[in-house]
Design a protein. Sequence first.
Length: 288
Amino acid sequence: MVGTENAGAANAAELFRGKSVVITGASTGIGSGFARHAAALGMRVVLADIAEEPLRALAAELREAGAQAEAVRTDVSDAGAVAALADRADELFGGTDMLINNAGIMAMGYSWEIPLERWEAMLRINTGGVVNGLHAFVPRMLERGTRAWILNLSSVGGFAAAPLMAPYSATKFANLALTESLHLEMQMRGAPIQVSVVTPGSVKSEIFSTARTTETDVKPEVAAMNGQLQRLADEHGISPEEHARRVFEQVAEGRFWVVPQPDQLDPMLRPRTEMILSRTDPRLPGEF
Ligand SMILES: NC(=O)c1ccc[n+]([C@@H]2O[C@H](COP(=O)([O-])OP(=O)(O)OC[C@H]3O[C@@H](n4cnc5c(N)ncnc54)[C@H](O)[C@@H]3O)[C@@H](O)[C@H]2O)c1
């Protein structure tokens, strides 16, 4: 395994040096880890996020470290803005070799109580953002005809639904499905575009703290679950930089299934499959 990891690392540096990458949701958390790691590999980086100030600060940090990096404020739920992002990447670096559709948000609460506007935002950002990315970038990648990579963020939560986070479960299942469809479509077209689904476990980030925005969050069971997930990330989550290192290694190995934390995904896959095969109803985990 160590040998494989080293081979992946060598491949990542070799494969990706000098390539251009567009990363959405790059201001903080997992996206900022992708940006720092990509820059360290010698990639030319376009950072996209709706939060402009931290985005510009990160671009400046990367440039100071010697990287080519540019910040482009982008709302991924706006198809026009994502098309403009692709135009800008073309202007800056002559095209996009790698697209990382990473931007995503969380909402917690009972599915019928999460406000409709929050549901809509989840659908439009978490999954609509990926669709907008594909619409803007895939035709350009196909036309260029050079080797390219598309990474879409799902989650360990894209394999098993959780209570009190239905919009998250729904969008992360959707991202898994649409990424698999896209991968098959690339095979049909014989396109040199490698499609990968990224399925993080617990990674240190802002996603739970920024989810505490709606009135449904004050319910004790919702606050308890949010706190539990935040603690899991704080105490056991890997850093965004370590996450990025594992992801780039696996992508360099040519994998569709990019699983940075197999210890968190693998133990749940077999019981889940057995639950479905045996037609057993879904059950709450012990602590509920
Ligand atoms: N942190 C984890 O444990 C974890 C686990 C599994 C999957 N993920 C996934 O990883 C991705 C990144 O999450 P994170 O944990 O780093 O969260 P985060 O909240 O730290 O970062 C998300 C980033 O997305 C940006 N963003 C939000 N709305 C946007 C929009 N409309 N347009 C552009 N950018 C927007 C935010 O400003 C922020 O910078 C998400 O897709 C998330 O679902 C995270």
